[in-house]
Design a protein around this ligand. Structure first.
Ligand code: MG
Length: 373
């Protein structure tokens, strides 16, 4: 089952499944892209489909498919289908709700939604443990570390890499005036707008450090971050004896997607990595230039602050894309929002969402303050 089948990861997941003929798609869900979901239903013929936007003509086109509509549709879809495997590829904090339900009804969660771990924290991990569901990360860096750690002794440290985004060669002062169009030109990965901006601010890497903390049970100081300009090294592990294992390959999301679906098997892919033509080079990240990464490290493990970090980032990225604030303000808004949030650690989904709502209101106030400056 693919939750979020019309987004980038969702589309690629369906392509992998189609090419490998390894799995049967029992259900898919989408938001508002009726045109694309119609094509997907036509190709994959899932028994169940959930769509945020109600469109009764779909039911007429596909009488053998059961449709669920509206905001409760995805949970109803999960309950009805009880799939062996769920790919969670929706963006945003909504993904947490679906991941929690998937933990109850399915055998494996392939996780491509960052908020599930950043906002869900222990609440989500407890649900995973209680239900005995397998959790396989899809994000390329976490997939890399997950693969390297399999069947091995505990490492001293792990690391994940960052490409640095489109503005990595600009000086800190130059970053003040850049436009959304400049930031959106990502050098390696082709991704959604939000994550492309997050790559440029390194909020994306900050969120990934937090995710890695929960996935691999390590304190943040043992989760290193390096810049890899061509994104061919995705992650690595470092052992007590000084041995370093690197995970390298073509930067193509279909590879970690396929791994998460087929684990512990590997299926052939039509990508070939030329070891002699690509440089395998890591560089330190200048955390002075990317304060959002240091901030994420400071708050790793502080659940309420993680939720605020994520919410404030979403609000400020939207404001930047809308031309309401300058690029350099994104960090300030996140940082002020975190300082203003109540530190009480949430113990349930409802408490998490309450903190998320409050953080968004605070972040919106901070945006207004910045835009009036
Ligand atoms: Mg990533």
């Amino acid at each position: 089952m693919v939750i979020g089948s019309t987004g980038s990861i969702g589309r690629q997941t369906l392509e992998v499944v189609k090419a490998q003929e390894c799995l049967l798609v029992i259900g898919i869900s989408c938001g508002h892209n009726i045109e694309l979901v119609t094509q997907q239903v036509d190709i994959h013929r899932p028994r169940f489909v959930a769509s945020l936007r109600k469109d009764p003509s779909l039911q007429v086109c596909f009488p053998r498919t059961r449709f669920f509509w509206g905001s409760k549709g995805i949970e109803e879809l999960l309950d009805a289908a009880r799939p062996d495997l769920v790919m969670i590829s929706v963006p945003g904090v909504a993904g947490l709700r679906y991941s929690l339900r998937a933990a109850e009804v399915s055998g494996r969660i392939c996780l491509a939604n960052k908020e599930t771990l950043v906002c869900g924290g222990r609440v989500f991990l407890d649900a995973v443990q209680k239900n005995g569901v397998e959790l396989i990360p899809v994000d390329s860096e976490h997939s890399a570390v997950f693969q390297l750690l399999e069947g091995d002794v505990k490492p001293r440290e792990i690391f994940i890499t960052a490409s640095g985004g489109a503005v990595r060669d600009l000086k800190k002062a130059e970053l003040q005036e850049i436009t959304a169009a400049q930031v959106l030109k990502h050098p390696v990965w082709s991704m959604g707008k939000k994550v492309t901006i997050d790559s440029a601010t390194m909020v994306n890497k900050g969120l990934e450090v937090i995710e890695a903390h929960y996935l691999f049970g390590l304190p943040q100081e043992r989760i290193l971050t390096f810049m890899c300009r061509n994104s061919v090294i995705h992650g690595g592990v470092i052992y007590e004896d000084g041995t370093v294992k690197l995970h390298a390959g073509v930067p193509d999301m279909k590879i970690p997607i396929s791994y998460s679906l087929n684990h512990p098997e590997r299926r052939p892919m039509d990508t070939e990595f030329d070891l002699t033509s690509e440089s395998l080079l890591l560089e330190d990240i200048d955390e002075d230039k990317y304060p959002a990464l240091s901030l994420a490290r400071e708050i790793t493990g502080h659940h309420a602050r993680q939720i605020a970090y994520n919410a404030a980032d979403e609000i400020s990225v939207e404001a930047f894309l809308a031309g309401r604030i300058r690029f350099a303000r994104v960090f300030g808004i996140i940082s002020s929002t975190i300082q203003r949030i109540d530190l009480h650690a949430p113990t349930s989904y409802n408490e998490i969402m309450e903190i998320d709502r409050t953080a968004r209101i605070i972040a919106e106030e901070e945006v207004l303050r910045c835009s009036s400056l």
